[in-house]
Design a protein around this ligand. Structure first.
Ligand code: 5RP
Length: 226
């Protein structure tokens, strides 16, 4: 099985957690794209969707799924997302997409926030091979960089080849990729980074993940909080 086949299997398993006539959260990435296809095929589900991702929003609309404004919703029954890495204690890094602020908001609204991964993304303890990304208000850039260094991180402003200057989020903010190694207390790192003035949110998720579905050639196993 190649990685895409594993993602499809994982997305199929996710269907089991969706209640009919409910509001669900759908994050970004290819596994979620597969899940959208399966939801469309199941005519009985009748779900409405909230999403942090522009790509997912457009894909849902193309597939005939109703998408609600995030600001009109205060609770969802279950939300699914991908990630860059997740560990046995359900700590996750969601750094690649740069949309972690909205992702964490929808995760917080959800009774169940479930990460869908193939085995390559699962580790015993987060390795931090991906940076922790901080969405920051533009005025705070240099201050946040200094505080990140004080916490032992190496900050870099995220840029893209498509535009001069920093990559701007949908909230009009900047993104700092903060590289960390040898992290002793992952929960404390999330708290410390979130507490820096100017930081909107971080791509380190230590409190909101309730389950992870991990798919390999043998099938899918579930790790749940508690
Ligand atoms: C980016 C993310 C994405 O959700 C994740 O990368 C999607 O992965 P995949 O395409 O394997 O489903 O968290 O930060």
């Amino acid at each position: 099985m190649n990685s895409d086949d594993l993602k499809k299997e994982c997305a199929k398993e996710a269907l089991k957690y969706i209640k009919t006539d409910s509001i669900i959260g759908l994050g970004g990435g290819s596994t979620i794209s597969h899940l959208i296809g399966y939801i469309k095929e199941d005519k009985n589900l009748k779900v409405k969707v909230v999403t942090p991702s522009f790509k997912t929003k457009m894909l849902c609309i193309d597939n005939g799924l109703e998408v609600l404004h995030n600001c009109s919703v205060d609770k969802v029954s279950v939300a699914f997302d991908g990630c860059d890495e997740v560990d046995e204690n359900l700590n996750a890094l969601k750094s690649g997409g740069g949309i972690h602020t909205k992702e964490k908001l929808i995760a917080s609204m959800s009774e169940d926030y479930i990460l869908l991964v193939d085995k390559a993304k699962f580790s015993k303890i987060l390795t931090f091979k991906h940076p922790v990304v901080l969405e920051v208000i533009p005025d705070s850039l240099k201050y946040v960089e200094r505080k990140v260094k004080e916490l032992g991180g190496l900050p870099t402003l995220r840029t893209s080849n498509a535009k001069d200057g920093g990559t701007i989020t949908e909230g009009g903010n900047l993104l700092i990729d903060a590289a960390f190694s040898d992290v002793k207390n992952i929960g404390e790192l999330e708290n410390n980074l979130k507490n820096i003035s100017g930081v909107v949110d971080t791509s380190l998720f230590t409190k909101v993940v309730t389950k992870v579905l991990i798919t390999d050639e043998e099938g899918t196993r579930v790790i749940s909080k508690n």
